[in-house]
Design a protein around this ligand. Structure first.
Ligand SMILES: Cc1cc2nc3c(=O)[nH]c(=O)nc-3n(C[C@H](O)[C@H](O)[C@H](O)COP(=O)(O)O)c2cc1C
Ligand code: SF4
Length: 434
């Protein structure tokens, strides 16, 4: 493996990124993937809308080989406690025809579609509708103390209420629901799925000793902390069969004093993959160290050595890079064997044609995301996401209906002073633009 710093090779980036990649029998035509983003504006009941489909089709037309349907829920609880509602539901068999329409339309635009399945939101669940957040252990999430993304401010920080400790029965209930969601995704024609096990959400709370204080068979050693997720993968695999791509979205580093590093997360992953994992979407950090998660620095994951640690621990399982917008960095990582694809989020909001431009040698035409993070601020306060670099974003469908921002801000942020203050400032900024 090369020792040269990432980004030093400019040669043939387009060639490397234009190569196909096969994941458990499904072939991606190139190495560009649309990462999951809860920007899909589903219908109020959780079915995909025309806008959900139009958003994804536009990214497919821009050249990605695979799109993820972000922020999709597997359970009534996840629907009830979601921090960024409404979500697309995978717990309703009657929605299969709507989901199938989404898949067919994205296929017709040239990309594959994987579902991102949220079992529940764990430490990030909002206490709502009679539910209390439930996670591996009652460890609150403190946001803001160890760095926020550029241009995101939470005055005084924010601390979530301590979750209830999940009982063994609850863990099995969630597992059974994930199996049903996988069945629904498969029946709707999805090409694969990932289980969301990152960012302080339910399964993530088991993986690191920072969040998992249990002394039963789900806590302690790396093998025990892997158990809940490993069992879920095993059960999903039994449901969907051997030849359906199933992956994980995992945080790869706590980036916290005393937290788990990439070697620790990679060790946990090594206990899960043999249950039937076909890919891992690597996600840096979590809400407690969110500056590393929604970074402004291309290739930071490669500089931290996280994909390298995972490669060492899990062998040749395809690994998706995050936040590596420099084509040369992504291509170098792939050529060096430390990752297999570049999964991008904000850059594909700003410029859906980024993949076609890179592959077609038109890099000078790329509209670059400026990391202002107004999209993220909108998500955090439940305002429909837009992008000032791309006026089309959020209304790709002529039928796109805009949720009334003021109403939504109140639903999410009321009772939470820091978020209210952000919401207020955003609302004032929006008013001053009109
Ligand atoms: C508006 C917005 C919505 C997001 N929604 C999700 C989501 O539903 N699921 C998820 O796993 N990550 C979500 N993310 C995180 C991104 O997938 C990604 O990990 C993060 O933005 C860093 O990647 P980037 O540098 O390519 O933007 C979201 C990010 C943004 C900005
Ligand atoms: S609003 Fe657009 S340009 Fe700004 S960070 Fe988000 S995607 Fe990038």
């Amino acid at each position: 493996m090369s020792k040269k710093p990432y980004g030093s090779s400019r040669a043939s980036a387009a060639k490397v990124l234009g190569e196909s990649l096969t994941i458990n029998g499904v072939t991606l035509k190139n190495r560009f993937i649309l990462g999951p983003m809860a920007v899909l504006q589903p219908l109020e009941d959780g079915r995909p809308s025309d806008q959900s489909i139009a958003f994804l089709k536009r990214r497919a037309e821009g050249g990605v080989s695979l799109v993820f349907v972000g922020g999709s829920v597997a359970t009534q609880r996840a629907w009830d406690e979601s921090p960024f509602a409404p979500n697309i539901r995978f717990d309703r068999e009657e929605f299969i025809p709507d989901l199938a329409r989404l898949v067919e339309e994205v296929h017709a635009s040239g990309a594959l579609v994987f579902a991102q399945i949220f079992p529940s939101f764990g430490r990030m669940g909002i206490p709502r509708n009679g539910n209390w957040p439930t996670a591996a252990s009652p460890v609150p999430v403190t946001i803001g103390e160890h760095g926020l993304p550029d241009n995101v401010y939470i005055p005084g920080g924010m601390t979530t209420p301590p979750a209830h400790e999940a009982t063994a029965d609850y863990i099995k209930e969630i597992e059974a629901a994930v199996v049903i969601a996988a069945r629904i995704a498969r029946a709707a024609g999805f090409d694969g799925l990932e289980i969301a096990a990152h960012m302080c959400y339910f399964y993530s709370s088991f993986l690191s000793p920072h969040a998992n204080k249990r002394t039963d068979k789900y806590g302690g050693s790396a093998k025990n902390r892997a158990r809940a997720l490993r069992d879920a993968v095993h059960a999903v695999r039994a449901e969907v069969g051997a030849s359906f791509p199933v992956g994980l979205r995992m945080s790869v580093n706590d980036h916290l004093p005393g937290g788990q590093d990439s070697e620790g997360f990679a060790e946990v992953a090594s206990h899960i993959v043999s249950a039937g994992v076909d890919f891992i979407a690597l996600t840096d950090a979590n809400y407690e160290s969110m500056g590393h998660n929604v970074t402004s620095i291309s290739g930071s994951m490669l500089h931290h050595g996280e994909p390298q640690a995972f490669r060492k621990a899990v062998g040749n399982i395809p690994l998706f890079l995050s936040s590596t917008t420099s084509p040369e960095q992504a291509a170098t990582a792939i050529a060096d064997g430390v990752a297999d694809a570049s999964m991008l989020a904000r850059q594909l909001l700003a410029d859906p044609d980024y993949p076609a431009k890179v592959l077609g040698g038109r890099e000078s035409e790329i509209v670059w995301c400026d990391h202002s993070n107004s999209c993220l601020r909108s998500l955090m306060t439940n305002i429909p996401v837009t992008c000032h670099k791309n006026p089309e974003m959020g209304s790709e469908s002529p039928q796109a209906t805009r949720v009334k921002a003021k109403q939504k801000i109140m639903v999410w942020a009321s009772g939470n002073k820091p978020l209210m203050s952000i919401a207020d400032r955003l609302a004032r900024a929006r008013r001053s633009h009109h």
